[in-house]
Design a protein around this ligand. Structure first.
Ligand SMILES: C[S@@+](CC[C@H](N)C(=O)[O-])C[C@H]1O[C@@H](n2cnc3c(N)ncnc32)[C@H](O)[C@@H]1O
Ligand SMILES: [Zn+2]
Length: 420
């Protein structure tokens, strides 16, 4: 029998699919990886694939392909083959022979033998393996690595057709949330921020890495959805091939400034950042040219003028305040509201509820901690903001957080009023 006794295979139902899995309980690494707690994240991805197919498949008569490039025991790929209508072929690839044995068996159990194609290859070889056949690529690719997707992102982008979809996971939460900034700079080409909205910064780093890689490959990305669950940062984006898309993406890479003194945050475009730097250098030059004023003013590092908080006036490393710069990262939309609406129409999952396109959400818990009050109900805060004419919605990136166009001060006042 192909499954050794030590693998303790068990039958498991996820969605409407029967899976043969190593065992149940906590995530299992051996003999093959399976995390039963990832079921929700897979449920969400199936809805996204269905909704994207609805729009993508229009006018395409050719066969559509889905590539589960790091398939593990095939939990996502087998479910896609079984539960999503529209794919002619689902490819499942993993380096682990044992994982593929589980996947093959599950395909048999669900009578998917014809539809599923299995391979045991290094993921990058797999993703470009169809190039031999008239530069053929996959319509949909999923990239679900241990930790960061940065090792494989180039091949994943190259493996997707123009207009196709790439879904990508990052599970290195500590890196994406700013605990190891230097690792983030190496892996994601941008600095993270350890803030109350670190999940959004993490998503923007993931999209930023994808866009900066696509730009190198004369392509671009269009984010359509992302969500956060446990340690999963899941991103979904279209791949568009052509230099006009790289140029478009170039303008969507920028920075976030965050004041750790008062909580003020803002998005800074790359051109704004560089003009501030130029202004800064000019001021420094003026100071050097004017000996009297140079004696009066303390020398200022060039970053300092860029990073002065417009709200509380404190600058980098000043007492009680520290203004930090996150990025370069993705500063444009991280969802398509139309697409999310479509997902909401075919699914009852609350993760597809409407969410405003306002960047950098506020976490109520950190506002109430900073203000020393009790925690108000998020629904009440939203109602109050809306009744005062502000736009406000929850965010799927954090349970106790919201997006609003109210200023930090206005939001803090609402929190203080409701906490009384
Ligand atoms: C997080 S697991 C995938 C989980 C799976 N997508 C799911 O939903 O259950 C990552 C998988 O990548 C495989 N893997 C790691 N490095 C690889 C490589 N360089 N090429 C191919 N597979 C690899 C591992 O064997 C493991 O099964
Ligand atoms: Zn401030």
């Amino acid at each position: 029998m192909f499954l050794a006794a030590t693998s303790q295979p068990v039958f498991h139902k996820e969605g409407s699919t029967s899976l043969l899995v190593p065992s149940l309980g906590e995530p299992k690494m051996l003999p093959a990886f399976f995390n039963p707690r990832g079921a929700f994240v897979r449920d969400v991805s199936l809805v996204v694939y269905r909704a994207y197919l609805g729009q993508y498949a229009k006018g395409i008569s050719k066969t559509l392909t889905f590539a589960d490039s790091l398939a593990g025991i095939g939990a996502r790929g087998i479910r896609v083959a079984n539960e999503v209508e529209g794919f002619e072929q689902v490819f499942l690839n993993d380096i682990n022979t044992r994982a593929l044995e589980f996947a093959r068996k599950s395909a048999e159990m669900n009578s998917l033998g014809e539809k599923c194609v299995f391979s045991r290859s290094e993921v990058c070889s797999f993703l470009v393996s169809r190039f031999e056949n008239q530069c053929e690529r996959f319509d949909f690719v999923d990239l679900d690595p241990f930790g960061s997707p940065s090792d494989y992102i180039d091949c994943a982008i190259r493996g997707v057709k123009d207009g196709g979809l790439l879904s990508m996971t990052g599970t290195d939460s500590a890196v994406l949330c700013g605990v190891y900034p230097r690792v983030a700079l190496r892996k994601y080409l941008g600095l993270p921020l350890r803030t109350d909205y670190c999940h959004e910064v993490g998503m923007r780093l993931l999209f930023g890495l994808a866009a900066q890689t696509a730009m190198r490959l004369e392509a671009g990305i269009i984010p359509i959805f992302c969500h956060h669950d446990m340690h999963y940062f899941r991103t979904y984006f279209s791949i568009k091939v052509g230099n006009s898309y790289s140029r478009d993406n170039e303008g969507k890479i920028g920075f976030i400034t965050h004041c750790f003194g008062c909580g003020y945050r803002s998005i800074l475009r790359r051109d704004e950042f560089f003009s501030l730097r130029a202004e800064d250098k000019k001021q420094e030059g003026d100071r050097v040219g004017n000996r009297k004023s140079a004696r009066q003013k303390k020398p200022m590092p060039s970053e300092k003028a860029v990073l002065v908080c417009p709200e509380c006036g404190r600058g980098t490393n000043e007492k009680g305040g520290r203004v930090a710069l996150g990025g370069p990262l993705w500063i444009d939309k991280i969802q398509s509201m139309d697409f999310v609406k479509r997902c909401g129409e075919i699914s009852e999952l609350s993760v597809f509820s409407e969410e405003l396109d306002l960047p950098l959400y506020y976490d109520l818990n950190s506002i109430r901690l900073r203000s020393g009050t009790s925690m108000p109900k998020i629904t009440k805060v939203l109602e109050t903001l809306q009744s005062r004419g502000f736009a406000a919605s929850r965010t799927r990136l954090n349970r106790n957080s919201l997006r609003t166009n109210a200023t930090m001060e206005e939001l803090r006042n609402v929190v203080l009023e409701l906490a009384r």
